[in-house]
Design a protein around this ligand. Sequence first.
Ligand code: IPM
Ligand code: MG
Length: 361
Amino acid sequence: MNYSICLMPGDGIGPEIVTQAVRVLDLVGRKFGHTFTYTNVLAGGAAIDAVGEPMPDATVQACKESDAVLLGAVGGPKWDNLPRHLRAETGLLKIRKELNCFANFRPATLFPQLASASYLRPDIVAKGLDVLVVRELTGCVYFGQPKGIVEENGERMGFNTMRYTESEVRRIAKVAFEAARKRGKRLCSVDKANVLDVSQLWRDVVIEVHKDYQDVELSHMYVDNAAMQLVRDPSQFDVIVTGNLFGDILSDAAAAITGSIGMLPSASVGESGPGIYEPIHGSAPDIAGQDKANPLATILSVAMMLRFALGLEAEAAVIEQAVSAVLDKGLRTGDIYNSAQPGLTLVGCTAMGDAVVDALG
Ligand code: IPM
Ligand code: MG
């Protein structure tokens, strides 16, 4: 089969990690008889520099015509002080919205080889870290109108609107119940229904959707408590579903407890059309261009892309096994290196890519 992939390397370490991920994808293609045709597109700061906006329409169009989008990372200090409509983040929100990628899967799992990298106590880690955060991605306070900064009673006033329609909640709830059904069959819906009307509606609709998923156990948690529970006892969670803002915060917390944010992939998908696959870490401008970045999260995002977008389960699995084999060998980029642990070798981005390619055979 021939698949067309949009590559959006972006900024900072983005180009380096995408380069390694593409090597892996090409090799898997050769082994399994698939051809991947790539279109390189501009996004983020790279697009601002080249054409004056962070998500050009030409990029959006190319993405819409592809089978999947592989994104490195966007943004950096060089573009941080531009007006909001020109910021890299605004470009990211635009492509999510344009592709209608309303469901963001952020699995926070710990490779056993990296257990010592976790910030949590060993007895907590021993219980396992395997949480899937399903974050709603195209609604909430991120997109709600009205918003702005206005003059009120002689001073400036800033405001945004947190809003969800019933149908927006229903569709993300369905996606989350489906995901839970394929895993541990437990779904925790996180909201702030004790204070926010929008959260009360969220909770009511999730309870309605649950009627069609009686085989999945549903619980509810307030977001403040959820943040605490994620750190205190993450093993209690299987799948978490939550809104855009709470999901932004909780998915970082879930990632951090694994201690290896450089390892975690993500997928953003809609009901149809191409999804966006990307590492959950950012553009790390401090180490950009130094061959120090960890390409494994991007390589694992390629695995998610093969599985979710192209239905290529066996191909996804060999990549995940290759990554695990490389960790078994003790190879570590700086972010997952522990000088106190014997038997580890510190490697750069390219060498890590080489190792995964070697492991794929
Ligand atoms: C993320 C990021 C983005 C978000 C930013 C860069 C716009 O934090 O993907 O979690 O808030 O969604
Ligand atoms: Mg975030």
